[in-house]
Design a protein around this ligand. Structure first.
Ligand SMILES: N[C@@H](CCC[C@H](N)C(=O)O)C(=O)O
Length: 280
């Protein structure tokens, strides 16, 4: 199979983008594992398909590096938006994208030769059963104690279409993400597993974040995770409605708007290279 692709990154969270209008991948989940392999494949945190939609301008599908399909991807949708314009699939600078998390609306903004993408990420989901997190019914899960292997965490759970478990820590450098990330990702109260964010509050407009992603392990950034973390910080009265999220791979500006209850994310997206992938 020969596949035309381009490789993109948003804050170092990297993706292989494939134009589903012209390319056809059979066994996408199996192929995503091979494509994302950093030694034997192209190497990426995920594979994103750009597809036609019957309800929106486009449809996005995102597969993690372990082949599982996720509902949404914040860094990925910014790459998606720039790809659509660059590939000439649209000449509009804002359009609607159908995802498994609902309709997402990115908008491209160019200032001083730099293009950023501002995304209407929709309304955060806060009810336990809808996130989903078991054991809390339809209540919110805010700063709830969780003891795992004798270690006590305090968790705040938010869905941005995909599930996130946010943990505030005093010193992010002291957290062993490789140990706790996979344990929490698969912990029994998360029926669909979860992404796990560790946050150190620097001040009310600056949060430092590290992430363990469901289906992908540690990544340099997670856009939906940054949105969920800002919401979690506001729910715990730790920050203002708008803040800078400092991730390992760059910065995102996130705001939770009081008027429409939606979360807005602004950040970069860049093409790294393009090519043809030859899979056996
Ligand atoms: N990195 C993405 C999220 C990708 C999906 C996630 N691993 C999941 O399984 O929910 C982002 O930028 O949001």
């Amino acid at each position: 199979m020969q596949l035309k692709f381009s490789k993109w990154q948003g804050c170092g969270n990297d993706f292989v983008l494939v134009n589903g209008f012209t390319e056809n991948i059979s066994n996408i989940q199996e192929q995503a594992i091979k494509i994302c392999d950093r030694n034997y494949g192209i190497g990426a945190d995920g594979v994103i398909l750009i597809l036609p939609s019957s309800t929106c301008d486009f449809r996005m599908q995102i597969f993690n590096s372990d082949g599982t399909e996720a509902e949404m991807c914040g860094n990925g949708i910014r790459c998606f938006a720039r790809y659509v314009l660059e590939a000439g699939l649209s000449d509009k600078h804002s359009f609607t994208v159908e995802t498994k998390a609902g309709t997402i609306i990115p908008q491209l903004i160019t200032n001083d030769n730099e293009t950023m993408v501002c995304v209407d990420m929709g309304t955060p989901v806060l009810k336990g059963e809808q996130i989903p997190v078991t054991g809390y019914g339809n209540n919110r899960v805010i700063n709830e104690p969780l003891t795992v292997e004798d270690h006590r965490f305090n968790i705040t759970c938010v869905s941005m279409g995909n599930p996130h478990c946010v943990i505030f820590v005093d010193d992010i450098k002291k957290i062993d993400i490789n140990k706790w990330g996979p344990i929490l990702e698969k912990y029994k109260i998360f029926p669909n597993k979860t992404n796990v964010e560790f946050i150190q509050v620097i001040n009310r407009t600056h949060l430092r974040m590290r992430v363990w992603e469901r289906g992908a392990a540690i990544t340099l950034a997670c856009g939906t995770g940054a949105c969920a973390s800002l919401v979690a910080a506001i729910l715990n009265n730790l920050c203002d409605r708008k803040a800078r999220l400092e991730l390992d791979g760059g910065n995102l500006s996130i705001a939770w708007n009081e008027n429409d209850n939606k979360v807005y994310m602004t950040g970069p997206a860049k093409k790294v290279f393009e090519g043809i992938y030859d899979s056996e």
